[in-house]
Structure formats: C-alpha cells, structure tokens
Design a protein around this ligand. Structure first.
Ligand code: ZN
Length: 195
C-alpha cells in the first residue's frame, strides 16, 4: 500500500483525460523525485488556474471577464465563428485566416443549446452590424450534429439580418478530423473555402 498522499494524487491524475492509473503513478513518482521547490512551483501553478474565468461574450478562458480577442478593437465584429472548444480558437488563430470574433459552444449538448440561445438573444438585442456566422465545428459525427442544429437555430436571425451569411468550413476536411489536430494548411484552406 502506498502512503495516502501519494495514492490520493495518483487518483487525481488518473481522472485526467487519456490518463490511466499507471501513467498517473509515473507522474506522481516523477514529481516525488524533484526538489521540493519544483513541487512547490507545480502546486502553485495549479493553484493559479483557479483564477481563470470565462469570457462573457465568447466563453473563452480568460483572466478577466472579457478575453483578449473580444477586447481587441482590430477584430471584425461583424463576423462570429462558432467552435466547440478553446483549443479550436488557438488552431484557427494560427492560420491567420480569420479576423472576426468567436463563440465557444462546448461539446456538451445541453450547454450548447443554452449558449446558442444566449448568443442569438444577444445578437438580437445588440442590433449591431452582422455579416457572417461561420460554423466551424469538428468534422466528426458530433460536430456535424451541432453544426446542423446551430444552422437551424440561427436561421431566425435572417429575419433581422436578411444579408447574413451562415457558412460552414469548406469540405476537404477528412471525416473524423478534429479542428485542433488539423494541420495549418488544411484548416487554412477550409477557412478560405467556407460557404
Ligand atoms: Zn471573448
């Protein structure tokens, strides 16, 4: 039997995605082999992420209530890109093909519905200029389901914005591919080919 603090930490690591108990144990024993200051630094960094919150508009992780992208006056506010998760923003930003703002829908179905409704309400209320909504979900079955669902929900905005383009990423994305794992060129082309 391992000392309790060790077993407790192994159990915590094992809760992380794709981490099994053996790998979790490896992490903990690696930490144990480090000088005390290193362990201290590690636990401090974990402590610091408690301060992270979510952007009021796009739901992205941020240290204040509005994220850097939404704060940036150079971004095109007439274009909103819907994605599933934070890491998708990082992937899209790398392609430098998109200058608009984002809205994260998450991968959780119930939450997606809530966030879509909130977004639609917000757009209706703001009455600001809006030219395009890009639906950039993963090319997976789940992503496709969210995309079709979002498309249907967003249709009502066309009553207020008759010119509004609701686009999807260009095909050429192989089925099953997740945005965050796509290479830059593929994602870049998918953005250029959106329709
Ligand atoms: Zn934001």
């Amino acid at each position: 039997m391992l000392p309790k603090p060790i077993q407790n930490l192994i159990d915590e690591f094992a809760k992380l995605p794709s981490i099994g108990p053996r790998q979790a144990a490896r992490f903990v024993f690696h930490l144990l082999s480090q000088p005390k200051e290193e362990i201290e630094k590690f636990s401090k960094k974990i402590d610091e992420i408690k301060k992270i919150t979510h952007c009021d508009f796009c739901n992205r992780v941020t240290e204040s209530n509005v994220c850097e992208i939404c704060k940036d006056n150079n971004r095109d506010r007439t274009s909103i890109c819907l994605i599933e998760k934070d890491t998708d923003i990082e992937a899209i930003e790398k392609t430098k093909r998109y200058q608009g703002i984002y809205c994260i829908l998450t991968e959780n179905e119930k939450e997606q519905l809530k966030r879509l409704k909130k977004l639609i309400e917000r757009i209706k209320k703001s009455k600001k200029e809006l030219n395009e909504i890009v639906i950039a979900t993963d090319a997976t079955t789940e992503g496709e389901t969210i995309a079709l669902y979002a498309q249907k929900q967003l249709e009502e905005l066309k009553k207020i914005y008759p010119e509004l383009k609701i686009t999807r990423l260009g095909r050429g994305l192989s089925t099953g591919s997740e945005l965050e794992y796509m290479d830059e060129d593929t994602l870049s082309n998918a953005f250029l080919g959106r329709k």
